[in-house]
Design a protein around this ligand. Structure first.
Ligand SMILES: O=C[C@H](O)COP(=O)(O)O
Length: 254
């Protein structure tokens, strides 16, 4: 069931970090994504919304794509502080992260909310990066596979209207320096792949499955070599161009 033919995607989630001066990090990422590296992995930077249009303009014509971190499900309306998927597309974004655990936990987003946001992304011509993952307590209780299967079932529609990326991010691995074992990542990604293929047939084979949670240059080669790991969703390490590029360079080397 492995989908080793899929190109790796390494996406940087800057979270609530970055000012105009951070453009130099983007410039270094663009410069570093040379032909050799571009043949190995796709790169995407997801800055905060304030930088989205400037980053998309700066990255225009390069091989680095720009995405957003969240969107509202509606195309427009009285939703103070929110941004629509159409606005992300208008700003030059190509994708949007939805259902990150920080949104699910800190903003109370349900699987139904995440599904509505994913559908908004497709409506606007973007592709969603749908995040799922269990807490430490859920893993310790032996429920990790069931929790993630339930999140996948509830966060995705019955048929896929466009490209989809799924990111498996164990909540306990985010920003902690902890990572699951290779065997645990392989088991989870294999289970997600089977679920997607059962639900979507051949289209499920084309979904890139990213691993996220404390991905660093030092562990990237091991994580990116796991069957059905088709890239990484990188938080902290994506703020440092050399680290982000080193993670991308680790793709396809083993
Ligand atoms: O979206 C990215 C993840 O939350 C991972 O963050 P991290 O690489 O800082 O652990």
């Amino acid at each position: 069931m492995a989908s080793g033919h899929l190109r790796h995607l390494v996406a940087g989630n800057w979270k609530m970090n970055g000012l105009k001066a951070s453009t130099d990090v983007l410039d270094a990422v663009i410069k570093g994504h040379d032909a050799v590296l571009a043949a190995r992995a796709d790169l995407m930077v997801c800055p905060p919304a304030t930088l989205l249009a400037a980053f998309a303009a700066r990255a225009g014509g390069s091989t680095v794509a720009v995405g957003a971190q969240d969107c509202h499900a509606a195309a427009a309306g009285a939703f103070t502080g929110d941004i629509a998927a159409e606005m992300i597309a208008d700003a030059g974004g190509k994708a949007v992260i939805v259902g990150h655990s920080e949104r699910r936990t800190l903003h109370g987003e349900s699987d139904a909310d995440v599904r509505a946001k994913a559908e908004a992304a497709w409506r606007a011509g973007l592709f969603p990066i749908v995040c799922v993952g269990e807490t430490r307590a859920e893993r310790d209780a032996g429920h990790a596979l069931a929790i993630v299967a339930r999140q996948i079932a509830g966060s995705l529609p019955d048929s896929l209207p466009g490209d989809l990326v799924v990111a498996y991010e164990p909540v306990w691995a985010i920003g902690t320096g902890l990572t699951p074992t290779v065997a645990d990542v392989a088991e989870m990604h294999g289970a997600i792949r089977r679920q997607l293929v059962e639900r979507y047939g051949g289209a499920g084979q084309a979904v890139r499955l990213l691993y996220g949670g404390s991905v660093k240059p030092s562990n990237a080669a091991e994580l990116m070599a796991i069957a059905d790991v088709n890239g990484a969703l990188v938080g902290g390490a994506s703020l440092v161009a050399d680290d982000f590029l080193a993670i991308a360079k680790a793709c396809g080397t083993s």
